[in-house]
Design a protein around this ligand. Structure first.
Ligand code: HEC
Length: 160
């Protein structure tokens, strides 16, 4: 009878230990994930296709709007060229070649006007930050500036 009691006690204790162990594992998992770069899974409200900002649905024609692209080049020269080349070569930030294929128009315009929250939340920007080691500062673009510079980036990517 005494032996039986010991066996039950041992089983009970090992059951307790295994539960405790399970909890500990869950704890250490959550510590690990909060130390990793924030991904979309951790931010269910963040939309990595659109980014975060005021632009939700930008109408883009199949052909280039030349007048907008000319205005956009001026914005680029004054506010972007110190950090972004028009080639695929990195300066302070990534080169602009192919940028309109890497992101939606909404994403580019939201990032250009509202970089801070996107740097904190967007997995693509976090990967760039690891390469560039500089957070892109807000360039205080107007909505039109953002639209025009986007058109210039399309021109740079070969849209006619
Ligand atoms: C002071 C330097 C600096 C200036 C000025 C700057 N950027 Fe950036 N930009 C960066 C850096 C650095 C990154 C990479 C993300 C990060 O680390 O914040 C970046 C990333 C980007 C990206 C994403 C690029 C990709 O390949 O996915 C876009 C789009 C962008 N910038 C647009 C602009 C536009 C438009 C302007 C001008 C209105 C501008 N940036 C001005 C530094 C700058």
């Amino acid at each position: 009878m005494k032996k039986m009691f010991i066996i039950v006690a041992v089983l009970f204790i090992s059951f307790l230990i295994s539960c405790g162990g399970g909890e500990k594992k869950a704890d250490s998992n959550s510590t690990v994930s909060s130390g990793e770069p924030v991904t979309n899974t951790d931010n269910p409200s963040y939309d990595p296709i659109r980014g975060e900002g005021k632009f939700t649905d930008v109408a883009i024609a199949a052909t280039l709007d030349q007048a907008m692209a000319i205005e956009g080049e001026k914005v680029y020269t004054v506010k972007c060229s110190s950090c972004h080349k028009l080639t695929d070569e990195k300066l302070v930030g990534p080169g602009f070649t192919g940028v309109t294929g890497r992101h939606t128009p909404e994403w580019v315009m939201n990032f250009a006007t509202n970089p801070d929250p996107m740097i904190n939340k967007d997995p693509k920007v976090q990967a760039l930050l690891e390469l560039c080691l500089v957070r892109m500062p807000n360039q205080n673009l107007t909505d039109d500036d953002a639209r025009h510079v986007y058109e210039f980036l399309r021109k740079n990517d070969g849209v006619k």
